[in-house]
Design a protein around this ligand. Structure first.
Ligand SMILES: [Zn+2]
Length: 461
């Protein structure tokens, strides 16, 4: 069952919270209020809410809590929730080669289970909008994209489902096994169908579609070009992996005679409607191309660390004006699956560039909210707490044992342990209450995911 939109005249009033709006001026209130009307923010400001409001269904005294925008995840592979804890000590290419055969045996039922696990972990860590990148479509696997979308709808997460693809198998010089890839015509037909069937371009949409060939080493040049043309005809965004590892760079030099960013440029893949995961190995001229074209970046600090991919030059990208958001990346390279903890990981990892000012706590929060909103092209609707925006809000408890002695509530969230999530509103609906999913039974998801992981591991090759 999908979570339904709230009644239009219903109000939720939150008062006494520390509010970090993440608006253009980084406005904060030490004791502020937010009023939600239907699925949108009606007002935000200092002190108590205006008196005499009608239709107040819920009034929350949020003393001891920090209110922020719901977090925005810009890169993930939900299906990997049931292939976690494998290939623990490999770099990307070896990790992929180890996991492709397992992934090539997934189907719609297993993806449904895994998507609920991944979406649950995101919601429980304060994430209200997520993009996923699904690129494995085995023959006979059923309606995998539809299953993923249904799974997410039940939990109430705002969603961009990226119809991914791979058509460059081993025999064509690619990395995936030949039986794990699709042919170009099948992919383009499926991409067009996905947009026609699922994409909701209307304001406030809970579901959007993007097109997302997987990476230069698993996708043909023709598919890159044709997907870009199709996405632009259909008015949807483009997503892929780019410049993740030194090995990818070497692959591009050998195959195309140029580095990944120049390759993406040559196939029409730089632009405001494009965002890429990782971008760890960017030169100054690559960063200038991203900034000049408005191409977005999904920064995935935990995954980059787990796979020893390197440290993305986020401070340089931000200084140049590149849109940057945060991503969990697939759960097989980030078993935690939590977006909230990526605020702290981004903060710490980027300081390894050599300056404590490389990323501030508030800049990390901005990456995880407005930065992500911009990367997904939704900066006018989500990513900050401002009147008229969608009511996607996270309320963090910062007066408990782990946080009560931290001087600054935003530092409690970004430097401290991830605080307990008292409430998460998505589209004005409470989807997490006191750290628990409000719309579904968490234990059922845990059991289903355990069964699915076991079943997949036991499937014949
Ligand atoms: Zn990825």
């Amino acid at each position: 069952m999908a979570v339904q939109p709230p009644p239009a005249g219903r109000r939720i009033v939150i008062e006494n919270a520390a509010v970090a709006t993440v608006d253009a001026h980084d406005t904060e209130y030490a004791r502020g209020h937010v009023v939600v009307l239907g699925n949108r923010i009606e007002s935000v400001g200092d002190g108590p809410a205006p008196a005499g409001l009608d239709g107040v269904a819920r009034r929350i005294d949020a003393g001891g809590h920090l209110l922020t925008p719901g977090l925005v995840n810009t890169h993930h592979h939900f299906y990997q929730w049931i292939t976690r804890g494998l290939a623990q000590d490999d770099i990307l290419f070896d990790w992929l080669v180890a996991l492709y055969p397992l992934w090539a045996r997934i189907d719609d039922q297993l993806v449904h289970a895994a998507a609920q696990g991944s979406a649950a972990a995101l919601l429980k860590s304060g994430c209200s909008t997520a993009a996923d990148h699904h690129y494995v479509f085995p023959r006979g696997g059923g309606d995998i994209l539809g299953a993923e979308i249904e799974a997410v709808r039940e939990l109430g997460l705002r969603f961009t489902a990226s119809r991914g693809s791979m058509d460059r198998g081993r025999k064509d010089g690619g990395l995936p096994p030949d039986h794990a890839v699709e042919d170009l015509d099948t992919i383009l037909t499926a991409c067009e169908e996905a947009v026609d069937r699922h994409h909701d371009p209307s304001p406030g949409a809970m579901l959007r579609i993007a097109l997302a060939p997987c990476s230069p080493f698993s996708v043909s040049t023709r598919l890159m070009r044709e997907c870009a043309g199709l996405a632009r005809r259909k008015g949807v965004r483009l997503h892929t992996h780019g410049s993740e590892t030194a090995e990818e760079e070497a692959f591009c030099e050998a195959q195309f005679g140029m580095g990944p960013t120049d390759y993406f440029e040559s196939v029409g893949w730089l632009g405001e409607d494009v965002w890429m995961a990782h971008c760890v190995h960017l030169s100054d001229s690559d960063i200038a191309k991203f900034a000049g074209t408005g191409t977005g970046v999904a920064h995935c600090p935990s995954s980059n660390a787990r796979l020893a991919a390197g440290t993305a030059r986020v401070p340089d990208m931000l200084a140049a004006g590149v849109p940057v958001g945060l991503g969990v990346d697939g759960a097989a390279s980030n078993e935690s699956g939590e977006l909230g903890t990526e605020l702290r990981n981004a903060l710490l990892i980027n300081r390894l560039h050599g300056s404590p000012r490389a990323l501030t706590g508030r800049r990390a929060l901005r990456l995880g909210t407005m930065g992500g909103a911009r990367v997904l092209g939704r900066q006018d609707e989500i990513g900050s707490v401002e009147a008229g925006k969608l009511a996607d809000l996270a309320l963090w408890k910062v007066d408990g044992l782990m946080h009560s002695s931290i001087a600054d509530p935003v530092a409690a969230l970004t430097f401290g342990a991830l605080p307990p999530l008292a409430l998460l509103l998505v589209n004005g609906n409470a989807v997490v209450e006191q750290g628990r999913l409000a719309t579904v039974d968490e234990e059922r998801i845990a059991r289903t995911c355990a069964r699915a992981a076991k079943e997949l591991a036991g499937r014949e090759k």
